[in-house]
Ligand binder design. Structure first.
Ligand SMILES: NC(=O)c1ccc[n+]([C@@H]2O[C@H](COP(=O)([O-])OP(=O)(O)OC[C@H]3O[C@@H](n4cnc5c(N)ncnc54)[C@H](OP(=O)(O)O)[C@@H]3O)[C@@H](O)[C@H]2O)c1
Length: 319
């Protein structure tokens, strides 16, 4: 191969990658697209959410969040292969470790740059989570990680109507149900609007009770539900809701008998992110895996009557 051939090949490669980058940039900054971020999306339910969004919504651009850029890029390539079509222009990876303030801020800065000008984010799915590890790490990733992401991305969200979906779990209501009703924590998690200090008060509960109950995962998800409500109250022009994906076979539940595929777990988060009916519904609610309203203080099975108790969104204390 001559030097001329090598120069020609490098020229073609440069043109192709520039064209690809331009296509990506035009979709990520095109104001007609709904641009969304999904955290913890290199596998499991998060990855399935990205795929479902691209398959079912041709006007969505997805940033697939992954704490490992290598695993994230692999997931992007898998999704492009499965979805096909123009999907490669509608997905990009963003390195995002929800347990690191620095990583979350860098991810938000990168996305802000790609949004360009006055472009806004349509929504966030806070999906990243862990179930194993020291109690403080579980609470830090699942609860504080959710809050870190929200705080960093709030300025980028479109208003009115930007959406935040917090992926909770049925273990949250189970946790609250298992507490004594005389317990101050029970009242706080059942009626988060009574928490002294509002959103900061949830942080205090997280720190105080982090390793007190032997189930930091369930506790962290109960905190996510309390946070979800208080966040919705503090951001009335956004659509903020929590969902449980259901009992899904992923690395998180490996060996525990779950059989439903991640694509099924993606249904509630994608519904909460995209369903037009939620534009005119009270926000700050928690939905079961059947996408029906559920209480945050006791378990409701899919198919059971929809919960109709107080939403707390209209309560006036501790906003
Ligand atoms: N599976 C279920 O039955 C079930 C039920 C209820 C709720 N959920 C919730 O659904 C969500 C997804 O769970 P899954 O079942 O899909 O579990 P999974 O397969 O283990 O996926 C968890 C994802 O979160 C990521 N992650 C963990 N720590 C992170 C961090 N610090 N920063 C960024 N990403 C991080 C993981 O990345 P790495 O690959 O780098 O570890 C992975 O991509 C979680 O919030 C979970 O609590 C799951």
């Amino acid at each position: 191969m001559t030097v001329l051939h090598l120069l020609l090949i490098s020229f073609i490669l440069a043109c192709t990658s520039t064209a690809f980058a331009e296509a990506l940039n035009s979709h990520s900054s095109n104001n007609n697209m709904k641009r969304v971020v999904v955290t913890g999306a290199n596998k499991g339910i998060g990855k399935a959410c990205c795929q479902k969004l691209l398959e079912e919504h041709s006007d969505v651009f997805v940033w697939l969040g992954s704490r490992s850029s290598e695993r994230g890029e692999e997931a992007v390539q898998d999704i492009i292969k499965s979805v096909g079509g123009d999907c490669q222009d509608r997905i990009a990876m963003v390195t995002l470790d929800v347990s690191s303030e620095e990583s979350v801020l860098q991810a938000a800065a990168k996305i802000q740059q790609q949004l360009k000008g006055d472009g806004k984010l349509y929504g966030i799915i806070n999906n990243a989570g862990i179930i194993r590890g020291p109690d403080h790490s579980v609470v830090d990733t699942n609860y504080f990680g959710t809050k870190r992401v929200v705080n960093a991305f709030l300025p980028l969200l479109q208003r009115p109507g930007g959406r935040i979906v917090n992926v909770a779990s049925a273990s949250g209501p189970y946790f609250v149900q298992g507490l004594s009703q005389r317990d101050t924590l029970y009242k706080a998690l059942k009626e988060p609007w009574t928490i002294e200090g509002g959103l900061d008060g949830v942080d205090e509960l997280a720190k105080k009770y982090c390793d007190q109950y032997g189930s930091s995962y369930a506790f962290s998800k109960a905190l996510v539900n309390a946070y979800n409500l208080l966040l919705a109250r503090s951001q009335p022009d956004l659509i903020v809701n929590a969902v449980t994906p259901g009992w899904i076979k992923t690395d998180m539940t490996v060996g525990q008998g779950a059989t439903n595929p991640p694509s099924q777990g993606a249904v509630p988060p994608v519904w909460a992110l995209m369903d037009p009916e939620l534009e005119s519904t009270t926000t700050g609610l928690y939905y079961g895996s059947d996408c029906k309203r559920s209480p945050i203080h006791e378990y409701r099975s899919p198919g059971d009557p929809v919960y109709n108790g107080p939403t707390g969104i209209e309560a006036t204390s501790s906003k």
